[in-house]
Design a protein around this ligand. Structure first.
Ligand SMILES: [Ca+2]
Ligand SMILES: [Ca+2]
Length: 159
């Protein structure tokens, strides 16, 4: 497998996950190194719920301060909702959704989501893992990706 093909496969795996690379980019230098990429992928494909929660939380915490704020929630939910045909005032609908979501997930009622809030909510309701937008691949494209990439381990190690 050549580099181009791998790139293409990765693109198709991650096409719905636009925040993906922030989750991969552990040292926040704006680039995803090979080791970060491999590490990110292994969470993607083989990660435990714990690892996936950490990963998604990092993706959702847009400014990296350790909390998912109301503004960040608004921003992300707006992004994921705009694809649908919208009502008269889409912002109002999003605001309602932000309130509902935060109310549901903010366990200590400080108006923002810490990882502890998020973790508790997800353990109760696994669907909340991707509450603020898709950041993990769907099982079908994941399977296709694995089938292609792990066909010949020797080739992959050259990448
Ligand atoms: Ca934040
Ligand atoms: Ca909180």
């Amino acid at each position: 497998m050549n580099r181009k093909k791998l790139q293409k496969l990765t693109e198709s795996l991650t096409k719905d996950c636009k925040h993906l690379f922030r989750g991969f980019d552990k040292d926040n230098d704006g680039f995803v190194s090979v080791s970060e990429w491999v590490c990110g992928l292994s969470v993607f494909l083989r990660g435990t719920l714990e690892e996936k929660m950490k990963y998604c939380f990092e993706v959702f915490d847009l400014n990296g301060d350790g909390f998912i704020s109301k503004e960040e929630t608004f921003h992300m939910l707006k992004d994921s909702l705009l694809r649908q045909p919208s009502e008269e005032d889409p912002d109002e609908g999003v605001k309602d959704l932000v309130e509902i979501t935060l109310k549901k997930m903010d366990r200590d009622h400080d108006g923002k989501l810490s990882f502890t809030d998020y973790e508790a909510a997800v353990r109760e309701q696994p669907l909340l893992l991707e509450a603020f937008g898709p950041c993990l691949p769907d099982p079908k494209s994941q399977k296709e990706f694995e089938a292609q990439v792990f066909k010949d381990p020797n080739e992959v190690s050259e990448v």
